[in-house]
Structure formats: C-alpha cells, structure tokens
Design a protein around this ligand. Structure first.
Ligand SMILES: NCc1[nH]cc(CCC(=O)O)c1CC(=O)O
Length: 309
C-alpha cells in the first residue's frame, strides 16, 4: 500500500479550493489517496500588504516544503509564479484552464459602461488599473488589496465603499461566486495577466514516478497557451514593473491547431497603450511569445517599460 500523497497548500479559501480540485483529479487519475498539508507562509503571518511582500513569499514557502520533503507536490496559481524556474522542482502538470478573463462586480448589477462618471473602481494589479484608465470612461480607479472575499465586500458588504471591483473570473469561479459577476470583460478591453486562470502542479524533479503520474493531469493546449504568454512576459520583464498583459487562444485551423497570442503594454496612467498579436503553431509557443515581446519592444514598449520604474 502506498502512503497518501501529501499536497501542500496555503490556507486561504482560494488556495484550498484549487488544491481540493487537483487532489480529486490526482485521485481519479492515479487511485492514490491525497492528503492536504497546510503550509503557513510568512505572507499569511504578516499584516503587511501583499503588494509590498510580493506573492513570492507564498510561492517560496510551498517550494521550501517541497525541497525539505515535507510535502510531495503543490498547486500554484500559475500567474503568481516567477518566470524563472526553480532548481530541483518540475511543473509536472498544467490542468485545463479556467476562464482567463477578468470580471467586474458592480453595485446594482451594472456593467462598465453603465457606471456613472466618477464611479470608484477598485483593483489590485497595475495591469488592470492601466487598462481601466485607458478606456477613457472617467472612472476613478483606486488600488485595493486583500483576498477575494475582502475585495468583494468593498462593493457588496455592509460597509461597501466602492462602486465596483475588477477581479479574475477564475478565482471567483473556483470559490463558487461567479454568479455575483456583473460583467465578464472582453479581452479587447481588459487583456488578462499572463497565465491567468491556469494552475501549475509542481513536484520534485527527482520523483520520476510522481512526475509521470501527475502528467495525467496535463492539458496540452493550456500548457502551450501559458508557455507563449509567459515567454512574452519573461522577455519583457528585464528590470521593469510596467503593466504587461498577454492572452493566447488555441483554435483548430485548417492545418491543425493554431495559437493566437495577444500582448499589451500600457502606461500606468492609461495614456500609452500598445497592443499587438502573432499567430503560429502550439509547438512554437515559446518562440511566438518571444517574437511578440520583440515586436512590442520595437513598437516602443522599451521606453514605456523604462518610464515606469
Ligand atoms: N494575484 C492574486 C491572484 N492569483 C490568482 C488569482 C485567481 C485567478 C487565477 O488563478 O489566475 C488571484 C486573484 C485575482 O487576480 O483576482
């Protein structure tokens, strides 16, 4: 009898929901029992804002637990992973992606265009702040923090102080709260973060049996999409903190699957807004991402990236 596999997870509602989803999929695919091991991170203990700590603290606590053999595998929100890999660890599976789009949750069921001028919209990422400002809707866009429930309460709770918030649809869907979304935002207006809605299932590279078992959860089109989006991010990232968005769609073409990658770099005030795209085959996902990043740099993204330091 094999001992249960230990799946390390943070204790937040979203992390637990994602971990339970993957635990069930691993059990179904392998017949192995999976037990959740809660890892308390420096980020969970601290009251400092996540923006200052960086999501890296959550990721590194799980990675330390993997390296120390306290757990066998971990599930990350892929978009929170640094673009550089981690020595000794391997992303054994990228399960099917949730809807990667961003979502608006507004009072009185409103959509973006139904919000009155001067409406106050809260959101966390610079990428979203910049794109909301680029719409020219005369919204007052303010940075907010906290977990999904905290952010939703700023619009729907008894002490609501915002007209709307923008969050990833995927997180709300996994928490069973997609029904509270008042508009799912078209990627033409709000291009998502690279890898948004995707999960990364990580284990020790040396555990070849587990690497092989977890591969049953891998979804090739999602992996190709995420590879393209993150290649773009990694190529642009050199020393910058500018808002970068990327979204790859995989569709059936005449000669097999085709990948359609869109990328955007927007100045934080929303005034300069560069959007370009490329197509190719999923096998070339990484090259397409790098090439689109080069296109964006040629079109002036470098000055945009430089000006936001
Ligand atoms: N940075 C926070 C974060 N990391 C992952 C998700 C959930 C969506 C996903 O899995 O991409 C969220 C919340 C959000 O952006 O609204």
């Amino acid at each position: 009898m094999n001992a249960p596999l230990r799946l390390g997870t943070r204790g937040s509602a979203l992390a637990l929901a994602q971990s339970r989803l993957v635990a069930a999929a691993v059990h179904a695919a392998t017949g192995r029992e999976v037990e959740l091991v809660e890892i308390v991170t420096a980020g969970d203990r601290s009251s400092a804002p996540v923006l200052r700590l960086g999501v890296g603290v959550f990721v590194s606590a799980l990675r330390d637990a993997l390296t120390d053999h306290r757990i066998d595998f971990a599930v990350h929100s892929y978009k929170d992973l640094p673009t550089a890999g981690h020595p000794g660890l391997h992303i054994a599976a990228v399960p099917p992606r949730e809807d990667p789009r961003d979502a608006l949750i507004a009072r009185d069921g409103r959509t973006l265009t139904e919000l009155p001028a001067g409406a106050v919209v809260g959101t966390g990422a610079l990428r979203r702040i910049a794109q909301l400002r680029a719409l020219g809707l005369q919204l007052e866009v303010v940075p907010i923090r906290g977990n999904v429930d905290t952010r939703m309460a700023r619009v729907l709770g008894p002490a609501a102080d915002l007209d709307a918030v923008v969050l990833a649809r995927a997180g709300l869907a996994r928490l069973g709260r997609a029904g509270e979304i008042t508009e799912t935002l078209d990627p033409m207006l709000m291009l998502p973060a690279p890898a948004q809605g995707a999960l990364a299932v990580e284990c020790r590279a040396e555990d070849i049996d587990l690497v092989e078992s977890l591969a049953a959860l891998d979804h090739a089109p999602t992996r190709a999409a995420v590879t393209a989006e993150r290649a773009l991010l990694a190529t642009l990232e050199a020393g910058c903190s500018a808002p970068v968005a990327a979204y790859a769609e995989i569709a059936e073409g005449d000669d097999g699957d085709e990948i359609y990658l869109r990328g955007a770099v927007i100045s934080p005030d929303g005034v300069r807004d560069l959007r370009l795209s490329r197509t190719g085959t999923p096998a070339d996902a990484a090259e397409i991402g790098k090439a689109l990043a080069a296109d964006l740099l040629d079109a002036g993204a470098d000055t945009l990236l430089g000006s936001t330091e």
